[in-house]
Design a protein around this ligand. Structure first.
Ligand code: NAI
Ligand code: MG
Length: 374
């Protein structure tokens, strides 16, 4: 029997290409694992009306970790299942499998390391090393949204919220409401995850990102929770920044930042900004981490125009696999993968199109595997 059971979820489009490449690297590092394929993505929505079938949910209940490629998701209106012949008349609503997975398995930490490897022609500046902790289950992603707004809600808001009053005269279909929901528990646990990481990895500072001067209730709660948790980690410096300001400061002086922690939406935005500074979509990797399960993925999507061409950069997914090994406690193998990837980047002979080269997805994986063997 293998030491680990890993759910293997390639998904759609280039998800398959980058996962094939990642398997080459995991095999080269000789991880003692059984990889179990799971169905996920647009194909299964079209065939079965469910992009994240129950059998895949069950699979995730019985594995040590999961690797996920990417899925194609389209903006789908309530009646979209009418557009898919096999689903006509069923009135199904498409829901993003990854958002569902995060909520079902309470994968509350979204961990996004943004490290610039020496010699990457796409580096904004050399030597950037920022780690973003994004809350992954609540905030504006809570899914509490109204369009049109129900009369009962408009009535209550008009009564209890003074600033809301001017809108209450509008017809109900002329405005929409998305609720930003941040809990004490949700805020404390993501901040604690960031500080724990800083402690374990000898990082010096955690910066809390918010907009508490304007969004007083929710971001105020998040910031207060952060200050409370910070007291448990006296050896680590805490500071804070408004989300708008940090977008400027990150570009101006990325070396001032170490670990960042933010509510869901701000975390999504600043992690894309930070990822672009260290190479962009081909380098952005991500871990969705809960107490029992963690799912690792590249930050990019399924890039349908390149699907099956083995042209895109697999490094984001290979670094996601490295994160998975760290999470499993296989730190020696994780470090070897990172070193081999860094060597191939520095060496510069094998580069995919985004790095200005002509190498294929599998050339890149094989070059990294070769370094592992050396
Ligand atoms: P995308 O990330 O799939 O691709 C945008 C462009 O970025 C590509 O056309 C390509 O030029 C480049 N790119 C992406 N990955 C790359 C890689 N590994 N190496 C080199 N270049 C790369 O975003 P897009 O086109 O907006 O979305 C396509 C589909 O993916 C949509 O259906 C979207 O909903 C979905 N998506 C899924 C995500 C997920 O599965 N977690 C995340 C983001 C988008
Ligand atoms: Mg994003």
């Amino acid at each position: 029997m293998s030491k680990y059971k890993i759910a293997w979820l390639p998904g759609d489009g280039i998800g398959k290409d980058v996962m094939d490449a990642t398997k080459i690297v995991l095999d080269a590092v000789k991880l003692d694992a059984e990889y179990i394929h799971g169905d996920i993505g647009w194909e299964f929505w079209c065939k079965e009306g469910d992009a994240f079938p129950q059998r895949t949910v069950d699979l995730l209940k019985n594995v040590d970790a999961a690797m996920f490629g990417a899925i194609t998701s389209k903006p789908v209106k309530a009646a979209e299942s009418e557009l898919v012949p096999a689903l006509k008349g069923k009135g199904l609503v498409y829901r993003s499998p990854i958002v569902r997975m995060r909520q079902l398995f309470d994968l509350y930490t979204c961990l996004r390391p943004c490290k610039g490897y020496a010699g990457n022609p796409l580096n904004f500046k050399e030597g950037i090393d920022i780690v973003v902790f994004r809350e992954n289950t609540e905030d504006l992603y809570a899914g509490v949204e109204f369009n049109p707004v129900p009369q009962e809600l408009a009535d209550v808001l008009a009564k209890i919220s003074k600033p809301f009053a001017p809108f209450s005269d509008l017809p109900l279909n002329q405005f929409a409401i998305s609720c930003k929901v941040n809990t004490q528990k949700g805020s404390e646990r993501i901040v604690r995850a960031a500080f724990d990481f800083a402690r374990k990895n000898k990082r010096k500072k955690v910066t809390v990102v918010h907009k508490a001067n304007v969004v007083r209730a929710t971001d105020g709660l998040f910031f207060e929770a952060a200050k409370k948790v910070a007291k448990e980690f006296p050896e680590i410096q805490m500071d804070d920044a408004n989300v708008d300001a940090i977008c400027m400061w990150l570009l101006k002086n990325p070396y001032n930042y170490d670990v960042l922690v933010a509510p869901n939406l701000y975390g999504d935005i600043i992690s894309d900004l930070a990822a672009q500074m260290v190479g962009g979509l081909g380098f952005g990797c991500s871990g969705n981490i809960g107490e029992k399960l963690a799912v690792f993925e590249p930050s990019h999507g399924s890039a349908p125009k390149y699907a099956g061409q083995y042209k895109v950069n697999p490094i984001a997914t290979i670094l996601a696999a490295k994160m998975m090994l760290d999470w499993l406690g296989e730190t020696e193998k994780a470090t070897r993968i990172e070193r081999a990837t860094a060597s191939v980047i520095k060496d510069g002979r094998v580069r995919t199109y985004d790095m200005g080269g002509t190498s294929s997805t599998l050339d890149m994986a094989n070059a990294i595997a070769q370094h592992l063997a050396d």
